[in-house]
Design a protein around this ligand. Structure first.
Ligand SMILES: [Cu+2]
Length: 260
């Protein structure tokens, strides 16, 4: 077999049989496998990701799906060209000559940098939009919940109604009303997270600046977890949040010593 570079152009003596266009073959393989991979990601992601039960939870899931879909052609590009070269250009005997040196291809370099630049720019703009959405100001109807972490339990205060829930294992939130959490800690670093609602905020001792605004949209029970290793019983530091109807929430608030 004569030396062949990635363009399928042959170098040296003329070949006995016509070399296939390797670049074209590899690109077709890459496109086909990328499309198959992207379709598989879109189909299985609803079964793999936890159900989103709020505006933020749904944004988390769609962002994860979109970024994974975008990552498929990038990773396929590496694997297809690597494996294609490994198998098609494999030489059984030890070569006696040097390979044909690669010629500089400015268009290839500029094209590659342009594609990478566009992808990065897209990620920055997408991230800024998502960040703005997650940190945008709450409405006048917002329910304030003060979250205080300590080794090893959570305290939830509802200052608008005067209710406090300390170590109760279950707290409630009304459906379809924005909730703003003010997260702090009494002792060490903790992490406040409700995955189904897309809520995650560090609990720093002496700081109350960490907030998360979310609108729960689906009635149900979800786990509140500490996601920062905070000591011996860190793994026991979890509770339940119940998203309930407004009437149920008002009833619960009253039972916790507050006024609806
Ligand atoms: Cu903790």
């Amino acid at each position: 077999m004569s030396e062949t570079n990635i363009d399928g152009n042959t170098g040296g003596v003329s070949p006995a049989r016509k070399e296939p266009n390797h670049l074209r073959r590899a690109i077709i393989l890459w496109v086909v496998l990328s499309v198959i991979g992207m379709v598989i990601v879109v189909i299985i992601s609803p079964f793999v990701l936890p159900p989103g039960a709020s505006d933020l939870g749904n944004t988390d899931n769609s962002s994860l799906t979109l970024l994974t879909v975008l990552a498929v052609p990038v990773s396929m590009f590496v694997f297809v060209f690597l494996l294609y070269s490994l198998f098609v250009f494999r030489v059984k005997d030890k070569p006696t000559e040097d390979a044909v040196p690669l010629k500089p291809r400015p268009s290839l370099q500029i094209g590659w940098m342009a594609i990478t630049g566009v992808l990065c720019l897209f990620l920055v703009i997408y991230g800024l939009f998502a960040f703005y959405q997650e940190s945008s100001a709450a409405s006048t109807n917002t329910l304030i919940v003060k979250v205080t972490a300590q080794q090893w339990q959570w305290t939830f205060e509802y200052p608008q109604s005067g209710a406090t829930s300390r170590g109760s294992q279950v707290i409630e939130l009304p459906v379809n009303r924005p909730v703003q959490f003010y997260v702090t800690s009494d002792d060490v670093l903790h992490g406040f997270a409700i995955r189904a609602l897309g809520v995650r905020a560090d609990a720093n001792p002496g700081e109350v600046t960490n907030t998360a605004i979310v609108t729960p949209t689906v009635i149900g029970s979800y786990a509140v977890q500490c996601v920062e290793l905070c000591g011996l019983f860190h793994s026991y530091m979890w509770e339940q949040v119940k998203v309930v109807s407004v009437a149920d929430f008002n009833f619960w608030i009253t039972s916790q010593g507050g006024r609806p």
